[in-house]
Design a protein around this ligand. Structure first.
Ligand SMILES: Nc1ncnc2c1ncn2[C@@H]1O[C@H](COP(=O)(O)OP(=O)(O)OP(=O)(O)O)[C@@H](O)[C@H]1O
Length: 742
């Protein structure tokens, strides 16, 4: 059941401007941004006499404000709301290199430079510690990124795996299969963040040495259980999203190419969808909010126009060359101020993990109590089902009295185990010393003794394991601490004072605004004039003011038109980049995918609105005709066979298609012969030489002169070569090379 709040509240929008970077200073850039502590920001168009543009936000911070001040004034309140059971979102928005990551994560090793996320960790656990001892908490963390319009789990073993978005009517949009880690203290949650950060997609760009190329979302889910007025435990669940968006970047300005350009195009597309969502939410004529057009806006759906308490921190740069981007950020931030959310406490949700957890701990306690009282724990198991089937990794702190009892019980078990061993050893010695027993009898008795000892030890070990398990599970649930009751009260007082101060500051700002309005209106009040001259002067003054106002409005109008032109050009750049990618993909399809395969794929795929992607359509079995049944394998055979093949095989047809198995037989592939056997009678000289070789050595010398023999060798070879040549020319066919497949 979710408690509905009647109040609706606007998204809180704060501005943060970083200092000029060393590079900007060296390049001679000047500061065009001025920030007042009333939440006002003035931006002056460089190299003009135009009056600076002015915007007012809930708060505005410049380079003199510390990370601590930013945290306290933008986020601290949301953390305590989350502990009460509200959903909260803090997100940093702005041009690339303006300090979003610095604001959200900051510098980990430097205590002063830590950003909102690590500071939130400390406040979450402080809040838990300062709560009542009777309140139990379960805290989980998850970390994901949206890279190139794909959701990825930064805590998964495979952080590049694409995850899908799904929606439930009661809990809204969620990421399927996203991992959650239960954490019991600040060091554990910090560890989770560090693991995730190592997996983030970061790249050096012309605007930032370590630019985030993805939107990242760190979520802390806080479940709290308290005993209500009805004496029953009630669970509230608050979810805190901390979002570091990738920065918008003009392709023409950053000169990104290749993967960088592809990333930038996707980043710009999702950010422009965010801007369209903001515009639609604040446009009274809008009938449709384009949440579904990007993964980012789907995940932020509850934070923008939903049931969440939301803070947007718009980051800007101070330098003149970023004037257009700064103005653009401020315009969208200004619109976002008008988004109305309806935050509500999430009470007793169906899928609270803490409840499951409490049930498990309860069962383990009963089991342990049964063991202590000598009852059979297996009876309890039967009664309550298998315990610990779904051990969930969570955190907690045990109640002191239980802790002591548990330690006593553990010590007792260890003592009993030692006694068993000691007793067994004594009995063993007694058996060995018995003289009236035969050796076999002794051996048998010793074996029995050892078996008994092992069984007893096993039973005790089992009990020890049960205690360990219970301890581990209880450690996953954090309980409030009584010691901190006083601190809690002080903190509450502090928050209350802060709220009052904040309210007063806002009232003061409102008054100042009203004063300015009145100043303007004062000139228009009709008053009596003493003479015509006075009336003329007044009218002239009024005309001058109106003319000034008209000029300002004309300027503003021109600037907005320029902005739209610029935005349109950026969109053209993005479209150009996407068209290039499309052309490349078409080229690959046309040249490397057979048209029939392409058609087949096209026929079976469809667009899925839920996951915003193409999917293979599920076959509609009703539409397709019931196909013939797959034939059964012939008895004793490896594959199905038909009557025809049986007959063919029976008639001795060796065609492999009639075989009963799929064994492929390949005969040895012999090379084609290209020589010919010698034919005809050899010449007389050759015959003589052969004869000479066949005869005895002595005879050779007698019948053939040595020169002849020498000549024979040459001549013989010559004859043979010529013959071979002739034969080759006549008969040898050069083997043909394999035909190239078309
Ligand atoms: N308030 C600040 N004080 C000092 N340095 C800052 C401040 N804000 C940002 N920086 C510095 O400016 C640089 C860019 O900041 P960061 O990476 O946070 O920008 P980003 O908006 O997250 O950029 P991208 O969108 O490209 O990821 C970093 O070197 C960071 O340390």
């Amino acid at each position: 059941m979710q408690k509905k709040s009647k109040e609706s509240e606007s998204v809180k929008v704060c501005i943060r401007c970083r200092p000029l970077s060393t590079g900007e200073m060296n390049a001679g850039h000047t500061v065009v941004v001025e920030i007042k502590n009333t939440g006002e920001i003035f931006v002056k168009r460089p190299f003009t006499d135009e009056p600076p543009k002015q915007f007012t936000f809930d708060a505005a911070f410049d380079w003199n404000n510390s990370q601590q001040q930013i945290y306290e004034n933008t986020s601290a309140q949301i953390i305590s709301n989350v502990l009460e059971g509200y959903n909260g979102t803090i997100f940093a928005y702005g041009q690339t290199g303006t300090g979003k990551t610095h604001t959200m994560a900051g510098v980990e090793d430097d205590h002063k430079q830590r950003g909102i996320i690590p500071r939130a960790f400390e406040d979450v656990f402080k809040g838990v510690q300062s709560d009542s001892v009777k309140t139990q908490f379960l805290i989980r963390a998850s970390y994901l990124e949206i890279y190139n319009e794909e959701c990825r789990d930064l805590l998964s073993k495979n952080p590049k795996k694409k995850l899908d978005l799904h929606e439930k009517p009661d809990s809204g949009v969620y990421v399927k299969d996203l991992s959650y880690f239960a954490v019991k203290d600040v060091s554990e949650i910090r560890e989770v963040m560090n693991i995730g950060q190592k997996n983030r997609s970061v790249r050096e760009t012309m605007m930032n040495a370590a630019s985030s190329r993805s939107h990242s979302l760190f979520t802390i889910t806080v479940e709290r259980s308290e005993i209500g007025a009805d004496g029953k435990p009630h669970i509230r669940v608050g979810k805190l999203n901390m979002v570091d968006l990738a920065g918008s970047e003009r392709l023409s300005k950053t000169g990104a190419v290749g993967d960088g350009a592809k990333e930038a195009a996707k980043i710009n597309l999702s950010l422009s969808t965010l801007c369209h969502v903001i515009s639609a939410l604040t446009d009274p004529k809008a009938t449709y909010i384009p949440y579904r057009e990007s993964k980012l806006t789907r995940l932020l759906q509850d934070s923008l126009g939903g049931n969440t308490k939301t803070v947007m921190i718009a980051n800007v740069g101070p330098a003149d060359y970023n004037y257009d981007e700064t103005l653009n950020t401020l315009r969208y931030a200004s619109r976002a101020k008008n988004i109305q959310n309806k935050p509500r406490i999430n009470e007793d949700p169906k899928d609270a993990l803490l409840r499951e957890y409490q049930d498990e701990v309860q069962k383990l306690r009963q089991q342990l109590a049964a063991i202590q009282s000598g009852a059979d724990p297996s009876e309890l198991m039967k009664k309550h089902g298998i315990i610990g089937k779904q051990v969930i990794e969570v955190e907690k702190q045990i109640f002191i009295e239980d802790k002591e009892k548990m330690r006593e019980f553990e010590d007792k078990l260890q003592q009993e185990k030692n006694d068993i061993r000691k007793k067994a050893e004594e009995e063993k010695q007694l058996i060995i010393q018995q003289k009236n027993l035969r050796e076999e009898e002794k051996q048998k008795l010793l074996e029995e003794l050892q078996k008994r000892e092992q069984e007893q030890e096993k039973a005790k070990s089992k009990q020890q394991k049960l205690i360990q398990k219970l301890k581990k599970m209880e450690e996953k649930m954090i309980a409030g601490s009584q010691v901190m009751e006083v601190a809690k009260k002080q903190q509450k007082e502090l928050m209350k004072t802060k709220k009052i101060l904040e309210k007063e500051r806002q009232q003061e700002e409102d008054l100042q605004r009203q004063l300015k309005e009145k100043e303007k209106g004062r000139m228009q009040i009709i008053k009596k004039f003493n003479n015509l001259q006075e009336e003329l002067e007044f009218t002239n003054q009024k005309m001058e003011n109106l003319w000034k106002e008209y000029q300002e409005l004309t300027h503003e109008h021109n600037n907005i038109r320029d902005d739209f032109d610029r935005e349109r050009n950026d969109m053209y750049d993005t479209i150009y980049e996407l068209s290039n990618q499309l052309k490349l993909k078409n080229l690959i399809i046309e040249n490397f995918i057979p048209p029939e395969d392409y058609k087949k794929i096209e026929k079976i795929t469809e667009w899925n609105d839920d996951i915003n992607d193409w999917v293979i359509r599920k076959p509609d079995f009703k539409e397709t005709k019931a196909g013939s049944k797959r034939p059964q394998s012939a008895v004793g055979m490896k594959r199905p066979t038909s009557e025809y093949s049986r007959i063919a095989k029976g008639l001795g047809d060796l065609n492999p298609r009639y075989k009963f198995d799929n064994i492929l037989q390949l005969d040895l592939d012999m090379p084609e012969r290209t020589t010919e056997d010698y034919e005809g009678m050899p010449s007389s000289k050759v015959q003589q030489a052969i004869q000479a070789i066949l005869n005895d050595d002595d005879n050779v010398n007698d019948n053939i002169p040595i020169s002849t023999l020498i000549n024979f060798n040459d001549q013989c070879l010559q004859d043979e070569n010529e013959k071979k040549k002739a034969t080759r020319l006549k008969s040898a066919k050069r083997p043909k090379s394999a035909k190239k497949k078309e």
